[in-house]
Design a protein around this ligand. Sequence first.
Ligand SMILES: NC(=O)C1=CN([C@@H]2O[C@H](COP(=O)(O)OP(=O)(O)OC[C@H]3O[C@@H](n4cnc5c(N)ncnc54)[C@H](OP(=O)(O)O)[C@@H]3O)[C@@H](O)[C@H]2O)C=CC1
Ligand SMILES: CCCCCCC/C=C/C=O
Length: 329
Amino acid sequence: MVVAKSWTMVRHFEGAPKPEDFKLIEKELPPLKDGEVLLESEFWSVDPYMRPYSKQKLKEGDVMMGSQVARVMESKNPAFPVGGYYVAYAGWTTHFISDGKGLAPLPSNWPENLPKSLALGAAGMPGLTAYFGLLDLCNPKEGDVVLVNAAAGAVGSIVGQIAKIKGCKAVGSAGSDDKLGFLKEIGFDEVFNYKTVSSLAEALKKASPDGYDCYFENVGGKFADAALQQMKDFGRIAVCGAISLYNDSVPSTGPYIQPYILFKQLRMEGFIVTRWQDRFPEGQKQLLQWIIEGKLKYHEHITNGFENMPASFMGMLKGENIGKAIIKV
Ligand SMILES: NC(=O)C1=CN([C@@H]2O[C@H](COP(=O)(O)OP(=O)(O)OC[C@H]3O[C@@H](n4cnc5c(N)ncnc54)[C@H](OP(=O)(O)O)[C@@H]3O)[C@@H](O)[C@H]2O)C=CC1
Ligand SMILES: CCCCCCC/C=C/C=O
């Protein structure tokens, strides 16, 4: 008999998520039927999308949404042998039963020396977000200047490094001086702390006096207002996220952006990474290859213990993580 522990969302978040919004429950899992497998989660991911998507997709009392790397403990499905590792979207739960649908195996050439948690980070959804969002929507050319915010996070840190691999100049902003140190270590050319600069406009100008060809947008709000004004003509903007706005109960308003888009002839496109689902194997292969070759560095912000999952989620939204926020069993 296996008892699954799960974190539920007690009530929809108002503003920043709070400890009392989460509740730990336990449930005995039934015996397996033919075609089913029992999995045990070893690593979980906390991601910003959980904040806006919880509103759209969850009811109060539901198990929090999310992905994990899980190992098959028991199998009544020959396609999923005991001991196999899979990425699943089973939510914040320690154990679960699956009929195999939606279980994604780690690539067969996964190197022994790489943590399996990378399948939730640099070689998983966030890495693929950086890869396809930057290459397909920003279309960076050698010599271009690429700007990314939340640059020390799971997506941003990969965006800057891919920009460098493609021969661009990478400019990143982040919210602490430790994060700036990390960005320099992984090869960013220019970095600044958006919380301590006296003017975003001046910081952006200093980092690239001639402006920006590509802008990978993770943050939105005031940062975007400043960055749009410094795009070069025919600049490309990939709108990946808007984390500075996710906790707003009333939509914020800012300067109207149409004149910048018009007179600079910018192209701005929002995206959800799943649009490239069919190309995930190609992207994952390339990301893994760059990691193995040492061209793509990764950093994980590991929180130990499933019981600390809400704290890790709230901490990530406040900027406590460098690199990918991961929870380890
Ligand atoms: N479109 C898509 O398919 C996907 C979109 N995303 C989006 O990409 C972005 C980055 O995600 P991910 O890399 O996983 O997360 P991160 O690892 O970057 O963690 C979130 C970071 O956001 C920063 N942040 C939080 N609040 C603010 C704020 N008010 N202003 C500026 N920065 C803030 C913090 O860094 P700091 O210390 O620098 O403030 C924090 O560390 C998010 O907007 C997310 O929604 C992610 C995956 C897929
Ligand atoms: C249930 C998996 C969702 C993965 C796609 C995440 C899209 C993120 C959007 C903004 O953060």
